[in-house]
Design a protein around this ligand. Structure first.
Ligand code: F6P
Ligand code: MN
Length: 333
């Protein structure tokens, strides 16, 4: 069986659906650099890159955390693509503009290594990205404010997961495609051309250690799932928690389910844990493109007008019927 390569798929999109060649260039830059990140991740302790940044290894060289290395690699790659006017990252307080010069069409935000608590224990992690249009018509240097566009303005979003396999999953607004990195020749091959998430679910993901802090609608929804066959839902549910959003989303795209990181009562100023711009928005668009849903309990995440680059948001995403049910419990309150 022969698979289409990422490059072939992008060229076909250019020809049949008018995908801009600049976007092809950026997606290929992200794919290439994530291959490097995947390689660094795979070396693990052997590369001396695990642990805390700022410490020194036995040779007295500075050790860098994998998330710092990934951030540097991503930044260099996307700014070097020639089509990005500025990038923003979980690892940096403010956006970094490209060198002054000509106008470049895109902004990109990323979480260079999501699920970093999994790094040291050899469990799946990944790089999440969200590409937005550059609102400037001229060569002006973008600022943080230029990134504050709702998720429904994204032109491409996705992630690369580093697990037993390295896979790149993204959307340009015409469904969700999944490519697998072939370790034999380092090419990304199209292994799932049209990912769909079933509307019903039998698996849920939430960090239950926070249960005592949850708000009433979330407590009610989870209580009903836990009641299983004997409760109002009339069926048993299974539970998973990988503690890396990228891996939870990947599982849902592969076999369905719902993932939640609600806001809770600990710190009312924090509306959730996950970040809107480079975690919730790209994952929410993937969900909607795969026939699933994503809300903050009240409205579609993609409609939220961001106010800050590192804004946090409550997240309920996955199987449409489940997300709609837990959202209705919030709005009924
Ligand atoms: O980026 C934040 C993150 O690591 C997500 O990837 C993950 O879903 C979540 O935090 C894990 O949270 P907790 O520490 O509560 O398990
Ligand atoms: Mn993250």
């Amino acid at each position: 069986m022969s698979y289409q390569t990422l490059q072939q798929w992008l060229e076909q999109e250019e020809q049949t659906n008018g995908l801009p060649s600049e976007l092809t260039r950026l997606v290929l830059s992200v794919a290439d650099v994530c291959r490097e990140i995947s390689y660094e991740v795979s070396k693990g302790a052997l590369a001396g890159v695990l642990g805390v940044a700022g410490t020194e290894n036995v040779q007295g060289e500075e050790q860098k955390k994998l998330d710092v290395i990934s951030n540097e690699l991503m930044m260099k790659a996307v700014l070097g693509s020639g089509v990005v006017a500025a990038c923003a990252s979980e690892e940096m307080d403010h956006c970094v503009p490209a060198q002054a010069g000509e106008r470049r069409p895109y902004l990109i935000c990323f979480d260079p290594l999501d699920g970093s608590s999994n790094i040291d224990i050899n469990v799946s992690i990944g790089t999440i990205f969200s590409i937005l249009p550059n609102p400037h018509e001229d060569a002006a240097s973008p600022t943080d404010d230029d990134f504050l566009q709702p998720g429904n303005r994204q032109v491409c979003a996705g992630y690369v997961i580093y697990g037993p396999q390295t896979q790149m999953v993204f959307t340009v607004g015409r469904g969700v495609v999944m490519f697998t990195l072939n370790p034999d020749d380092n090419t990304y091959l199209l292994t799932s051309p049209n990912v769909q998430v079933p509307a019903q679910a039998k698996e849920f993901a939430i960090n239950c250690s926070n249960m005592r802090h949850w708000e009433a609608p979330v407590k009610r929804y989870i209580d009903e799932l836990l009641a299983g066959k004997t409760g109002v839902r009339g069926k048993d549910y299974n539970m998973r928690w990988i503690a890396a959003m990228v891996a939870e989303v990947h599982r849902i795209l592969c076999r369905g389910g719902i993932f939640m990181y609600p806001r809770d009562n600990r710190d009312p100023s924090k509306p959730g844990k996950l970040r809107l711009m480079y975690e919730a928005n790209p994952m929410s668009w993937l969900m909607e493109q795969a026939g699933a849903r994503a809300t903050n309990g009240h409205e579609s995440i993609l409609n939220i007008r961001p106010e800050k680059l590192h804004q946090r948001v409550a997240v309920f995403l996955g199987a449409a019927e489940e997300v709609e049910r837990v959202t209705s419990y919030h709005t009924a309150d």
